[in-house]
Design a protein around this ligand. Structure first.
Ligand SMILES: [Zn+2]
Length: 155
């Protein structure tokens, strides 16, 4: 799904006021890390390649390794265990991070499909590409807004 709605879902699943900003960042992090890599690695060229869709159609293998890594349950689980051992509550931020991965599994396809147990396997589910099927974004945003509307009016 789009990075903005991932941030929205992060803030929705972790509603504690003290953590909501971090939860939004954690929800968007699997997409933000590869983008930060792209900016550092390719500089301003990265933005022009992204906006022209050239990079989306034929990304570099280095970028894809980072993308697969940040969308894999393996490093996410290891990070969660480390956070659980060494922090009091920061491990809770793993929930929006995992939610991002789970949302991306059915909404990505082909080269951009979520490699669930990367780097151990290339296994992936060929879902529907959310950027090619506008109904996916409509359903996603409708459910996200509806849940927040209900939660705001209940609490
Ligand atoms: Zn993603």
């Amino acid at each position: 799904m789009d990075t903005v709605s991932h941030a929205g879902w992060g803030a929705t699943v972790i509603r504690a006021k003290s953590m909501v900003g971090w939860a939004a960042i954690a929800g968007a992090l699997p997409d933000m890390i590869p983008v930060l890599y792209g900016i550092v690695r390719y500089g301003l060229r990265f933005f022009s390649e992204m906006t022209s869709q050239r990079f989306v159609k034929s990304p570099t293998s280095g970028y894809m390794r980072i993308y697969y890594f940040t969308h894999s349950l393996v490093p996410a689980s290891i990070t969660t265990i480390i956070l659980f051992i060494f922090t009091k509550s920061a491990w809770l931020l793993s929930i929006p991070y995992f939610f991002h991965i789970l949302l991306d599994i059915p909404t990505h396809r082909g080269m951009w499909a979520t490699r669930i147990v990367y780097p151990f396997s290339d296994f992936h589910v060929n879902g529907w590409s959310w950027w090619r099927h506008s109904w996916i974004s409509m359903v996603n945003w409708t459910v996200l807004i509806a849940i927040n509307f209900i939660l705001w009016n209940v609490s």
